[in-house]
Design a protein around this ligand. Structure first.
Ligand code: HCA
Ligand code: CU
Length: 497
C-alpha cells in the first residue's frame, strides 16, 4: 500500500493568508490520524515558537501516524526538530549549480556536506527517527546532481528521497513526467547500491498534481504528499480527498477511513477561512447531489424525459463513486426545473406529506430562479412552515373536540369557487359564504379568498348544545388531485383539536 503524507499543517500553511491556530492543528491532526494517513507533516519548527510548540504537542500524542517536522539542511534546524520529539524529519536543500553558486555561495560538494551532516546528526541522536531528504525543485534540477546528492544522503542514513515538483511543471506523457522520473531515479540509486524509499511532492501549477501523483504511483513510488483542499503555495498540491478516493476506488487501496474526509474538510475550510467549492469532488456540496426534475437523455427510451419520471431514476446511474465510501449520501435537490412529480418524489423520499405541494412548488421555483437549490432539509422546513401556519389557526378556542369527519366535494375546476356554486354530496351550497351540514353539526364554510393556488377559507361550525365554535382551518384547494387529501387533512386537523 502506498503511504500518504499529509502536509496540510506545513505546506498548507504556506497558502497565502492561511495560519492555523494551535488548537486547529491539534483538531486537524487527530482527524487525519483517524482517517489513517501514514505521516502528518506538522510544521517547520524554526519558523516560530508557536509552530515548534504545536509540532511538539502533536509529536507526543502517540498517533498511529508518524509526525514530521520540516527542516533546512543545518544543525540548528534539525536539532530544534529533534527537540520537538518528532518521529520523522524532512530535510531539504538545493542541488542546482547556479543557485548554489549565486545564492548559497557554495558548490555541489558544499551542498552534499551540509546535507550529509544534517542527516548524520539526526541519526546519531536517534537512529529511529525517519529522515527524508528532498532536493529542492528536484524535477527542474540537473538529474545527475539529484542522484549524486541523493546517494550521499542515503549513505548518511536518509530513509526517503523525495522528488519535489516544486514548480508544478511535470505533465504525464511529456518528457517531464513523474512515471519516468521515479523509475529513472530508483534505477540510478540502485546502481549506486542504495535503495531509499521514494516520495513525491507534486505542486498543482498546471492542474496536474493528482495526475502526476498517480503517474508516480504507477511507477511504484512509496509515499505521496497531499493536503486537505489541496492547500499549499500558489495553486497548492495534491488534494487529499481526491487522491484517497482514486486510490481506494480504482487501485484497491481502500484500507483507510475515508468517511472522515467530509468532517476534516469542513474543519480545514473553517480554520483556513476558505470555502469548499460546491463542485469539489468527494467533499463538495454537489459531489453527490442530483437535481430532481427534467434530465434529458436521448439514448434510453425507458428513461422518460418528463419532469416526473426522471426524478425517480436511480441516482447511482449518474455517478461512478459510491458516496457511502465517504460517509455521504445521494441527495436530490429541487430548483427552478422542479415539477409536481419531482417534488412528490422528493417529498416521498423525505417521508413528507403535504397538501400544500402546489404552493411549495411555486416557492421552490422562485428560489431556483434566484440561483438557490432546495435540499431535503430545506424542503422539510418549507413543508413544516406551511403545515404549522395552517394548524396554528386551527386550535379550538375552548378545547372542544370535533368528532365528525367530513369530506368536501368540489366542482371540476377551481374556478367554481370564484362563482358561487354548490357541493352536491352534502347538499351544501358554497358561495363566498357557504353552509355545510354534516351529521348533527352545522358548519359554515367561509371562503375568504381565492388565488392561483385555489381557495382559502375557514370552517366555522355550530352544534345545538355548544353554540358557535370557530375553527380557523386554513384550507387550500389546488387541483382535482389534491382535493381528497385536503378534505382528509381538514378532518384530521379538526379531530386533533
Ligand atoms: C518548501 C518547498 C517544498 C519542500 C518539499 C519538501 C517544495 O515550501 O519549502 O521538503 O519535501 O515544494 O519543494 O514544499
Ligand atoms: Cu511544496
Amino acid at each position: 500500500m502506498v503511504a500518504i503524507l499529509d502536509t496540510t499543517l506545513r505546506e498548507g500553511e504556506q497558502t497565502p493568508g492561511v495560519c492555523f491556530p494551535s488548537h486547529a492543528k491539534l483538531a486537524i491532526a487527530e482527524a487525519l490520524d483517524a482517517l489513517g494517513v501514514d505521516y502528518i507533516e506538522a510544521g517547520h519548527p524554526v519558523v516560530s515558537a508557536e509552530i515548534a510548540d504545536a509540532v511538539r504537542v502533536l509529536a507526543t500524542r502517540g498517533y498511529n501516524a508518524a509526525v514530521v517536522a520540516h527542516a533546512r539542511a543545518n544543525l540548528d534546524d534539525v536539532q530544534i526538530a529533534l527537540d520537538c520529539r518528532v518521529q520523522f524529519i524532512g530535510i531539504f536543500y538545493c542541488v542546482t549549480d547556479e543557485r548554489l553558486r549565486d545564492v548559497l555561495k557554495t558548490g555541489l560538494s558544499g551542498a552534499i556536506d551540509r546535507v550529509v551532516k544534517a542527516i548524520a546528526w539526526v541519526k546519531a541522536q536517534d537512529p529511529d527517527v525517519i529522515v527524508r531528504f528532498t532536493p529542492e525543485d528536484t524535477l527542474r534540477s540537473t538529474f545527475e546532481n539529484v542522484v549524486t546528492v541523493a546517494v550521499q544522503a542515503a549513505r548518511a542514513g536518509a530513509d526517503i528521497i523525495s522528488i519535489a515538483d516544486t514548480a508544478g511543471s511535470a505533465v504525464p506523457g511529456t518528457s517531464s513526467n513523474l512515471y519516468d522520473y521515479v523509475r529513472d531515479l530508483r534505477a540510478a540509486l540502485h546502481r549506486h547500491k542504495v535503495a531509499p524509499q521514494l516520495a513525491v511532492h507534486c505542486h498543482n501549477d498546471r492542474g496536474m498534481a493528482l495526475a502526476n501523483a498517480l503517474d508516480a504511483y504507477r511507477a511504484g513510488v512509496d509515499i505521496i504528499d497531499a493536503t486537505v483542499m489541496g492547500l499549499g503555495e500558489r495553486a497548492g498540491i495534491v488534494d487529499l480527498a481526491q487522491l484517497l478516493a482514486v486510490l481506494a476506488a480504482d487501485f484497491g487501496e481502500g484500507q483507510r477511513h475515508l468517511e472522515h474526509l467530509p468532517r476534516i474538510y469542513r474543519m480545514v475550510s473553517e480554520f483556513s477561512n476558505r470555502p469548499i467549492p460546491g463542485n469539489a469532488p468527494i467533499v463538495g456540496a454537489n459531489a453527490f447531489t442530483h437535481r430532481a426534475g427534467r434530465k434529458v437523455r436521448n439514448t434510453d427510451t425507458s428513461v422518460a424525459t418528463s419532469t416526473g419520471a426522471a426524478a425517480t431514476v436511480d441516482p447511482a446511474e449518474f455517478h461512478s463513486l459510491d458516496p457511502a465510501l465517504f460517509g455521504r449520501r445521494n441527495a436530490l435537490v429541487l430548483d427552478h426545473m422542479a415539477g409536481p412529480s419531482s417534488l412528490r418524489d422528493c417529498l416521498e423520499r423525505a417521508d413528507l406529506d403535504t397538501i400544500y405541494a402546489p404552493a411549495i412548488l411555486d416557492q421552490i421555483r422562485d428560489l431556483g430562479r434566484q440561483g438557490r437549490v432546495v435540499t431535503p432539509d430545506h424542503l422539510e422546513h418549507i413543508v413544516k412552515w406551511y403545515e404549522t401556519s395552517a394548524e396554528s389557526s386551527c386550535v379550538a378556542r375552548n378545547g372542544l373536540r370535533v368528532a365528525c369527519d367530513f369530506e368536501v366535494q368540489v366542482g371540476p375546476d377551481r374556478a367554481v369557487f370564484g362563482q358561487a356554486t354548490s357541493i352536491s354530496k352534502f347538499g351544501i351550497s358554497l358561495s363566498l359564504d357557504a353552509e355545510l351540514h354534516c351529521g348533527s353539526l352545522v358548519s359554515l364554510v367561509i371562503v375568504s379568498g381565492s388565488d392561483r393556488y385555489g381557495v382559502r377559507g375557514r370552517v366555522v361550525w355550530m352544534s345545538s348544545s355548544n353554540g358557535v365554535r370557530e375553527y380557523g382551518v386554513h384550507f387550500v384547494f389546488a387541483s382535482p388531485a389534491e382535493r381528497v387529501s385536503i378534505s382528509n387533512h381538514m378532518g384530521r386537523l379538526l379531530r386533533a383539536t
